[in-house]
Design a protein around this ligand. Structure first.
Ligand SMILES: *Cc1c(COP(=O)(O)O)cnc(C)c1O
Length: 355
């Protein structure tokens, strides 16, 4: 979270704009929260350049909830193609099996999820209700640098992306996307809010078993107020959208500025790792994530010492995911360049004292 956003939320905690209430105390149907929610949607649309024919839905259930909610709404019980590039897309495919015929169109599992299968090689079904991919694999550190153009590959299926861990870190090419979903907790705000951005023409085909509160048509028709939305999380995410819109970098603003900053942050860290005989990153250079950088000490017996020293230096949460091991630096939007500089400084120092 950007510190400025946390400070603003703290300052407004007990009394939002002289209303005499904090946001958590408001009716979600009152005019105050209505204004907060409408502003959040408008700021998000401006930030991500979301076209008018897409709905912005503020939901709950998280990324894993969407693994069921998307097929319940979009699959029509038919075939769905999955591109497996890491743990998250693999989880999505497994969950979808309960609602549709989920097929694996491509997978990088035999390379331990360290590269991306070229779109031209995907075995797409002619009749898939949609094609699913995870545009940034948080655990394996693999990111699509460009979304596939399914139409150019001869497919009529819409593309569904799980952009949980890199939303708002780079622009989205909406011409290539039918639906994007993501939990807010990595780049946008507190846990509890799930963002869904979906093209209007994809709505209205939910399976009978789909809970009403998870039926995109119903959620869209009720402007995300069919049931009580996660009001506090929407408010804090809204503050983050405003913060993001105000960011500038080298003459750029908003997401373009964040992208420039994120490229610089990621380059600093990857260049250091690649140049060092002490550390390594195993992901192919053309699909390395700008947000999540898994790396290893070549001598893994030093892992505990590395983490203990990092904690002492104020560098937290560097332990890699248990399925991958090693280390992982998650350098989300709110992490400034100075934070990555501090990490690289520590890594250099640790290497010099242990090599
Ligand atoms: C973190 C993450 C999720 C998380 O899902 P939750 O249900 O919100 O915990 C899903 N997909 C990706 C790519 C993630 O990084």
């Amino acid at each position: 979270m950007p510190e400025a956003v946390l400070q603003r939320a703290a300052a407004e905690m007990l009394d939002w704009h002289g209303s005499g209430m904090g946001v958590m105390e408001m009716s979600h149907r009152g005019k105050e929260f209505g204004a907060i929610c409408a502003q959040a949607e408008a700021d998000l649309r401006a930030l991500l350049a979301v076209p008018e024919y897409f709905h912005v839905l503020f939901m709950q259930g998280g990324g894993l909830g969407e693994n069921a909610i998307v097929p319940m709404n979009l699959s029509r019980g038919g075939n769905v193609d999955f591109v497996i590039t890491g743990s998250w897309s693999a989880k999505s495919q497994k969950e979808a099996q309960r609602y549709c015929q989920s097929r694996i169109a491509a997978s990088n599992a035999d390379g331990q999820h360290t590269w991306l299968p070229a779109a031209a090689s995907w075995q797409l079904s002619g009749d898939a209700s949609y094609v699913h991919l995870c545009s940034n694999e948080t655990i394996h550190g693999v990111e699509f640098q460009e979304l596939p153009d399914l139409a150019a590959l001869g497919s009529k299926s819409p593309l569904v992306i799980d952009f949980s861990s890199h939303v708002a870190s780079r622009p989205v090419d909406w011409n290539r996307v039918g639906l994007a979903f993501g939990g807010a907790q990595k780049n946008l705000g507190p846990a509890g809010l799930t963002l869904v951005i979906v093209r209007e023409d994809l709505l209205g085909h939910a399976l009978e078993i789909c809970p009403s509160a998870f039926n995109y048509r119903i959620v869209a028709d009720n402007k995300s107020m069919y049931n009580t939305p996660p009001t506090w999380a929407i408010y804090v995410a809204g503050l983050t959208f405003q913060w993001l819109r105000q960011q500038t970098e080298g003459g750029l603003t908003g997401v373009a500025a964040m992208e420039k900053r994120n490229i610089a942050k990621a380059r600093l860290l990857y260049d250091f790792i690649d140049a060092s005989p002490f550390y390594e990153n195993r992901v192919a250079a053309d699909c390395r994530s700008r947000m999540n950088v898994p790396f290893f000490l070549k001598d893994e017996s030093r892992n505990e010492a590395f983490l203990a020293g990092a904690r002492e230096a104020g560098l937290l949460q560097l332990k890699g995911h248990k399925s991958v091991g090693g280390m992982r630096a998650s350098i989300y939007n709110a992490m400034p360049l100075e934070g990555v500089q501090a990490l690289v400084g520590y890594m250099r120092e640790f290497e010099q004292s242990h090599a």
